[in-house]
Design a protein around this ligand. Structure first.
Ligand code: PLP
Ligand SMILES: N[C@@H](CCOP(=O)(O)O)C(=O)O
Length: 462
C-alpha cells in the first residue's frame, strides 16, 4: 500500500513513513493510492465480533508490512484495553431507526481516543525499533490535544507540544492537557483561535529546517493513521444494524472533516452507506460550501461546541482531492486561493461532493434545545457537539433507513453548556474526580511562528 499527497508532488511513501511524516512536504495530506475493498462476506463476518477483531480486518489492508499480523493485533488490544465499555463504541436508540453511537468511553472521553490510543502504540513500536526520537506538535480545539497528551505521556521516544487557543477550550479539556506531570508533554496556550494554531502547525511542517531539525511528527488528522482508525466504528456500528444486507446512514458533527472522511473511506471500502451527513455549528463554512456557496473564510465565532469552532477544515482537502479527480495541481491552486480568503468549487466537483455528503447546521439556541429535548424524549444527556449531530439528523433522515449519529464527546467535558440547557450538571467518571484539584502546567505564547519555534527548541534543549 502506497500513500500519495493531495498536492501531487511529495514523495510517495509507505504506511509507516506516512504515519511518521505527518504533513506531506508539498504541503498536502497523504491518502492511500487506492482504497482496498472488503467483500460482502468479509463485512458480514464482522457480526458478533469484538471491536478489536473488526479493527484488525478493516485496518490490515492499509498498513502494508509496517507490522506483522501478530504485532498489529497486540497493538490494537493494548489501544482499546483501557476503554470504559466492553463494546468500545456502544449504541443506544434515540427513536425508531435513529441510533446514537457513543464514542466517548475512552480515557479522555472523546472520539479522538479511538485513533490516538492506537497511534500512540504504533509510534512507540515503530520508533522503538528504529531507535529514533521525534517531536510531535499538535493543534487542538480541545479534544485532540487531551487525547494526544494522554496517549503519549511518559513514552520514551517522543516529546509532545500541543497548541490550543487560549480561553477557547472547556475547563475540563484544558485541565486534561495541563495537569499530566510527565515532562515529555507540554500544553501551549496560543493567543488566537484553533485556525491560528493549525496554521502555525502547518507553517512548522513547511519550514524544512525546523521540521528536520526537531524531527517533527504530527498526530492531528493530518496523519492518515488518525483517519484510518476512525473508519473502524463505521463498520462495527453498521454491521450491528444489519449491514451489509441493510443500508445505514450516518450524521457526523464536523469541524476538521476527519471523522466524516473516515465514513467516506468506509463507504469506498464497500460498507453500504446511504447518506453521510455533515453537521456543523454556527461556524458553518462546510455546510455553505456543500450547498454551493463556495469555500470562503469568515471569522471563527466562539460557541458552546468549542471543539468544532473551525473555519479552515484540514481534511476537506482530502475530499476535494477525490472530487477533483485526484488532480494535485488543482488542489494546490485551491489551497493557494484559500490562503487569500477562499475559493469556489467547480460545478463538476460540487456535484461529486453532493453525491456523497449532505449537510446541515445548528445555531447555539438549536443546540441547547436539542440537548434539552433529547434528555426529555430519550433520557440521553448529549454533549453540545453530539446535539448538533442529533438536530441535523432529525431534520435530514429518511425514516426508512437507520440513521447513526456520532456522539463525539461525553457531556461532562462541557458541563456548563449542558447544565444551562437542562439544569443537570454531568459529573466526571470517578477516575477523573480529582481533575480540578490537580496543579496545572502550561505556557502562554503569541500566535507567532518564530515565538513558537524558539519555545519548542528551548524546551527540547532544557
Ligand atoms: C467533540 C468533537 N466533536 C466533533 C469534532 C469534529 O470532528 P472532525 O474534526 O473530525 O470533523 C471534534 C473535533 O474535531 C470534537 O472534538
Ligand atoms: N476538534 C479537534 C480539532 C483538531 O482536529 P484533528 O482531528 O485534525 O486532530 C480537536 O479537538 O482538537
Amino acid at each position: 500500500m502506497r500513500y500519495i499527497s493531495t498536492r501531487g508532488t511529495a514523495p510517495v511513501l509507505s504506511f509507516e513513513e506516512a504515519m511518521l511524516t505527518g504533513l506531506a512536504r508539498d504541503g498536502g495530506l497523504y491518502v492511500p493510492e487506492t482504497i482496498p475493498t472488503l467483500s460482502k462476506d468479509q463485512i458480514a463476518a464482522m457480526a458478533g465480533q469484538s471491536y478489536e477483531e473488526v479493527a484488525f480486518t478493516v485496518m490490515r489492508p492499509f498498513i502494508g508490512d509496517t507490522f506483522t499480523d501478530e504485532e498489529f493485533r497486540e497493538l490494537i488490544a493494548k489501544a482499546y484495553g483501557s476503554f470504559g465499555h466492553v463494546a468500545r463504541a456502544p449504541m443506544v436508540q434515540l427513536a425508531p431507526n435513529h441510533f446514537l453511537l457513543e464514542l466517548f468511553h475512552g480515557p479522555t472521553l472523546a472520539f479522538k481516543d479511538f485513533a490516538m490510543q492506537l497511534i500512540g502504540q504504533m509510534f512507540q513500536k515503530a520508533l522503538g525499533r528504529k531507535g529514533e526520537r521525534v517531536t510531535i506538535v499538535g493543534a487542538t480545539s480541545g479534544d485532540t490535544g487531551s487525547a494526544a497528551i494522554e496517549a503519549f505521556r511518559g513514552l520514551d521516544n517522543v516529546d509532545v507540544f500541543i497548541l490550543y487557543p487560549h480561553g477557547r477550550v472547556s475547563e475540563v479539556q484544558r485541565r486534561q492537557m495541563t495537569t499530566p506531570t510527565e515532562l515529555n508533554v507540554h500544553a501551549l496556550a496560543v493567543d488566537g483561535d484553533f485556525d491560528d494554531c493549525q496554521a502555525r502547525l502547518k507553517d512548522m511542517f513547511n519550514d524544512f529546517e525546523f521540521r528536520d531539525g526537531v524531527k517533527l511528527a504530527g498526530v492531528n488528522s493530518i496523519n492518515w493513521g488518525r483517519v484510518l482508525a476512525q473508519v473502524v466504528y463505521y463498520f462495527s456500528s453498521a454491521v450491528s444494524l444489519g449491514a451489509p444486507d441493510r443500508e445505514v446512514s450516518f450524521t457526523v458533527p464536523t469541524g476538521n472533516f476527519g471523522d466524516i472522511f473516515a465514513g467516506y473511506i468506509a463507504r469506498q471500502m464497500g460498507l453500504p452507506i446511504a447518506d453521510l451527513v455533515v453537521a456543523t455549528n454556527q461556524n458553518d463554512i462546510l455546510d455553505r460550501c456543500l450547498k454551493g456557496q463556495g469555500y470562503h473564510k469568515g471569522g471563527v465565532h466562539a460557541s458552546i461546541s468549542p471543539s468544532m469552532d473551525i473555519q479552515v477544515s484540514s481534511n476537506f482537502e482530502r475530499a476535494l482531492f477525490d472530487a477533483y479527480g485526484r488532480d494535485g495541481a488543482a488542489i494546490k491552486q485551491l489551497m493557494d486561493e484559500l490562503g487569500q480568503g477562499g475559493f469556489d468549487v467547480s460545478q463538476g466537483a460540487l456535484q461529486a461532493l453532493q453525491e456523497i455528503y449532505h449537510s446541515g447546521r445548528a445555531s447555539e439556541e438549536e443546540t441547547s434545545a436539542t440537548i434539552a429535548d433529547t434528555l426529555k424524549t430519550s433520557a440521553e444527556l448529549l454533549c453540545p457537539h453530539s446535539a448538533i449531530g442529533v438536530k441535523v439528523a432529525n431534520e435530514q433522515r429518511d425514516p426508512a433507513i437507520p440513521m447513526i449519529t456520532l456522539a463525539t464527546a461525553h457531556p461532562a467535558k462541557f458541563p456548563d453548556a449542558v447544565e444551562a440547557a437542562t439544569g443537570v450538571r454531568p459529573g466526571l467518571p470517578p477516575r477523573m474526580a480529582d481533575l480540578f484539584d490537580r496543579d496545572e502546567r502550561l505556557t502562554r505564547v503569541d500566535n507567532d511562528l518564530d515565538a513558537l519555534k524558539t519555545l519548542i527548541k528551548g524546551k527540547l534543549n532544557a
